[in-house]
Design a protein around this ligand. Structure first.
Ligand code: MF3
Ligand code: CO
Length: 251
């Protein structure tokens, strides 16, 4: 069942989202050659806890860390490790969230470590912009397929591909609630979008083909063809007047 949130709930959820957004911003600023993914994870965890919130990925279906940190051809769910140093030229996808007073925030972004290739830059730009295309399409009275279509069209026109095996999701008192929010689809199809719906839109975009595989650790998702991948995510709320980003660190 899709739960529409009241204004009172949205106010609390906005705090969870703001904490999530500030944690992501903090990690993004700390990305530099030589830092380990475990160090970035610790930074995020300490910040989230200092806000009186809880890292919501930790122990989720057995996930062992606060953040997912996925580098280059890793798409999502990379497990932070003290043995994994980030190198100049890497693109680093960070996905993390916080639970505050029972409500969840979830967001992700891909950061460049030093100078990255022009292909990597373009992939990051297209993926970020595709998220905003998806957000713009999340209008009250519209349909879930409008979102996926907007993301997919934007990405594919630019020669990249959208991952099919993982999707965005509703979010609220649970990190993952219905509906599923695919980054591909047909306009006018799927459930109707209504004011009070809170969803996480999260395009995962591969420079090559869309196929992925899961590593033996059971978590890390890789591009099947070894190409680079980027990931951006916001938690948003659909209001009467249109979509509003909840994981904005500032406003
Ligand atoms: N944050 C992911 C998502 O965007 C979920 C990560 S799975 C976890 O939906 F186990 F790492 F939490
Ligand atoms: Co998510």
């Amino acid at each position: 069942m899709i739960v529409l949130k009241t204004d009172r709930e949205l106010k609390i959820m906005r705090e969870a989202c703001k904490i999530s957004a500030k944690a992501l911003q903090l990690v993004g600023k700390a990305v530099e050659p030589g830092i380990t993914t475990a160090e970035l994870d610790e930074l995020a965890e300490r910040f989230i806890r200092s806000c009186g919130a809880v890292p919501n990925f930790k122990n989720y279906e057995g996930y062992p860390a606060t953040a997912c940190i996925s580098i280059n051809n890793e798409v999502i769910h990379g497990i932070p490790s003290k043995n994994r140093k980030i190198c100049a030229g890497d693109i680093v996808s960070v996905d993390l969230g916080a639970m505050y007073e029972g409500y969840h925030g979830d967001n992700a972004a891909t950061f460049a470590c030093g100078e990255v290739s022009s292909e990597a830059k373009r992939l990051m730009d297209v993926t970020r912009q595709s998220l905003y295309k998806g957000i713009e399409a999340a209008r009250p009275g519209g349909r879930i397929g409008d979102i996926g279509h907007a993301v997919q069209e934007f990405v594919e026109e630019r020669g990249f591909s959208v991952v099919r095996d993982f999707v965005g999701h509703g979010i609220g008192t649970k990190m993952h609630e219905p509906p599923e929010v695919p980054n591909f689809g047909t306009p006018g199809r799927g459930i109707r979008l209504l004011p009070g719906m809170t969803i996480a839109i999260e395009p995962m975009v591969n420079a090559g083909r869309y196929g992925v595989s899961v590593q033996p650790d059971g978590w890390t998702v890789l591009t099947a063809d070894g190409s680079l991948s980027a990931h951006f995510e916001h938690t948003i709320v659909i209001t009467k007047s249109g979509p509003k980003i909840m994981t904005d660190p500032d406003d």
